[in-house]
Design a protein around this ligand. Structure first.
Ligand code: F3S
Length: 391
């Protein structure tokens, strides 16, 4: 891989140990994937923030990088394992909290903004069409490539950090236009409505096409919330980093000849798989990916004057929560007994074994609740979730 003189200096350690280590990671990646050179990035988003996933080895690596590493571009963080302010109310132990705070401190020391959200595009890390970026949260990667038209591979935590500390990434994969073109066409022959149905559609398509870029026709309209749910689901169930939705997403692509038809039956079947029998709901969570202010406003409207009788979390970015505070939504929601879990989510928080049946509107949430936390699931639209919570 060709390196400029300045990049060679970075690799040789002239710019410090963290930059040297970062360049080693990026050059190794570039060589594995056949990149010809490094390119500049304008934005980074780092996953692998929860101490539940990182453990002591991950914390040690971050502390080492934080000795002399400093971010070169706007860099934000994926959710942590807990609400950084309100963790005790959510049942997180002090022992876990101490370690999680050390993780966030290491990132902050390097200049990473501790946003702790998987929807950076809702709170200011919002690259525009054509920008090269290095993001690692899979739902945000699919959203950035497809809905924003920015260009990013699905980075691992260490490679995203390496990009943050150097402002570089190897040029391969999603950074090359030819790899972004659709390989298969999907025709959706039914109306898709609501975050839960868009999540079910992502599951159906993801399971059929795996990680192939798809061209999706037949969707008449989609809100930002529906697109974030779809992005999370297609990435989870298939691994896609990009999709094209006719009339909705901005990228140009040749339309493939091979076509798969999707009908209402398949959407219903997917919903049935995520709406398990023999599942007595004991936990409700909204905000996977992190809730937008629009979703929180809707929840406040639905919860006005009601009382929830089950554990109910709304997971969101702290800046979004602050808007909810000033708009009066938080008060309504908390008066109803639901809880905000900012900075975290029901998948990365250490809650395995605490709940037996999760109700959510998120297909991605269902996947991980079942596979990671061994909880049964019931996917439902937002209105139904509130009804269930207040029963
Ligand atoms: Fe975000 Fe957690 Fe879902 S990171 S996409 S809320 S699993």
């Amino acid at each position: 891989m060709h390196l400029t003189e300045q990049e060679k200096e970075m690799l040789n350690g002239a710019k410090g140990n963290a930059v040297k280590k970062s360049m080693e990671i990026l050059v190794a990646l570039g060589e594995i994937y056949g990149a010809k050179k490094l390119i500049d990035v304008t934005s980074v988003q780092i996953a692998g923030v929860s101490y539940d996933n990182l453990g002591d080895a991950g914390l040690e690596f971050l502390s080492e990088m934080a000795k002399d590493g400093k971010t070169k571009v706007l860099t934000t963080l994926n959710p942590a394992g807990m609400d950084m302010e309100n963790y005790a109310t959510l049942g997180i132990s002090e022992e876990f909290a101490i370690k999680q705070k050390l993780v966030i401190e290491a990132f902050t020391k390097m200049g990473v903004i501790p946003t702790c959200t998987c929807t950076p595009y809702l709170i200011g890390n919002n690259p525009h069409y054509g920008e090269n970026i290095a993001w690692s949260e899979s739902s945000a990667v699919a959203y950035a490539n497809s809905v924003l038209g920015a260009k990013t591979n699905r980075e691992g935590g260490p490679s995203a950090l390496a990009s943050a500390l150097t402002g570089k990434t190897p040029e391969y994969g999603m950074h090359l236009d030819e790899n972004r073109n659709a390989k298969i066409k999907i025709k959706v022959e039914c109306e898709i409505k609501g975050t839960h149905e868009f999540g079910a559609l992502g599951k159906v398509i993801g399971e059929k096409v795996k990680s192939k870029p798809t061209y999706i026709a037949g969707i008449k309209k989609a809100t930002i919330e529906e697109l974030k749910s779809f992005s999370a689901s297609i990435a989870t169930y298939g691994g896609a980093a990009i999709f094209h939705m006719e009339g909705i997403t901005p990228n140009k692509t040749p339309i493939p000849n091979e076509e798969i038809i999707i009908t209402k039956n398949e959407i219903e079947k997917a919903i049935k798989e995520m709406r398990m029998d023999d599942c007595e709901i004991d936990f409700i969570s909204v905000g996977c990916p992190h809730a937008s202010i629009n979703e929180i406003a809707k929840l406040a409207e639905l919860l006005t004057g009601k009382k929830v009788t089950k554990e109910f979390w709304i997971t969101t970015a702290r800046p979004t929560k602050k808007i909810a505070d000033s708009a009066g939504y938080t008060k309504i929601i908390e008066n109803a007994g639901a809880k905000f879990a900012a900075d975290t989510c029901c998948v990365v928080a250490p809650i395995k074994g605490r709940f037996k049946c999760l109700a959510t509107d998120s297909a991605k949430g269902c996947y991980y609740a079942y596979s990671k936390n061994q909880s049964k699931t019931k996917i439902l639209p937002l209105e139904k979730l509130v009804e269930e919570a207040c029963e």
